[in-house]
Design a protein. Sequence first.
Length: 412
Amino acid sequence: MSRPARVLVLNSGSSSLKYQLIDMDSGDRLASGLVERIGERSSRVVHTPLAPAGGRRERTERVADHGEALRAASAELRADGLGLDSPEVAAVGHRVVHGGPRFTEPALVDDDVLAEIEKLVPLAPLHNPANLMGIRTARELRPDLPQVAVFDTAFHATMPEHAYRYAVDTATADAHLVRRYGFHGTSHAYVSRRAAELLGRPLEDTNVIVLHLGNGASASAVAGGRCVDTSMGLTPLEGLVMGTRSGDIDPAVVFHLSRVAGMGIDEIDELLNKKSGLVGLCGDNDMREIRRRIDEGDRAAELAFAVYTHRLRKYIGAYTAVLGRVDAVVFTAGVGENAAEVREAAVAGLEGFGLAVDAGRNAVRSGEPRLVSPEGARVAVAVVPTDEELEIARQTFALASSRDGGPEKRHA
Ligand code: AMP
């Protein structure tokens, strides 16, 4: 029998489950899908096999919890002959949002690892419980299969203490695990590695600033493949302006709103996480809509864009200082890959840092990694499409293959 080389990647959100079955030899997505509105009366199940082309299936039904969602996904996969029970599946890789101080690398799931992830729930009360449900259900469906937890925080574990420690009372911070962790780690890892390949430089000698600009957004300073600083903190709220999150603010805004506006802590939490950022500034969080409104002369949209790109320039400047030498500024995720205007505005006025975009190159639309800086620029500006699922699959496969026997022996 051939070596099992398929990895099922699961990304369980608070009310959704996304999955991809990836062939590790070719990198092909054999199938991908989404179960959303889990727990509501009409959930949506969408399944797209690689073949036949156009074989996308969609249905609406009640999916009560993540267990049912994974069973629905599993049934869809089986209908295409790609079931979780097939011997070609080598492992399941789970995206886990918060790994706290303990998980600095991916972990092969066992009862101890599950208990540790459970302990971290207070640090990520919406995400970690959903991630745990995904892991538990996958274990029930295939108890013999290696399950690997890949943490959003792990890539940032190489930050030096002076970068991750907040200047608050040490005893209080340590007692409650308060420090900078950083998120989007699989994306920052994948993109910084691909950027070094694009530049044709050895990873160990490449310094990059990665700007992951999706609905959530974060920046990182990566020296020789190791993260040395990142903009998200204890939670994903800190740092850049995001779709609905404020990013950096004076923490005293919280006290002020509590004392002066009489707002409760949960209300302020919701304000800063769900009603701030671009949506708070102009009512829209989709950059395409914001650009359309700017073209029509909309003041609020213009201001939102200006606040967003001003913050990006500040982080590029800060991380240039952190790294000392920068080889590339790299844009990724929905906004970073698609919004040429954002890339242009983020480096505008930074010619003194060796940064500029070439208008023609920046306007090209492509799914491939590419340079958008002028020929011979001192610092490259690049676009590298992210692929968090492939990175999770790679890390999962590497760990599952290296453990006792590995998937090769189990099905030999
Ligand atoms: P992500 O979280 O990486 O999926 O990114 C989602 C965000 O990317 C959306 O909210 C949009 O703001 C942005 N986006 C997606 N496509 C485009 C596009 N063609 N132009 C500008 N922004 C885009």
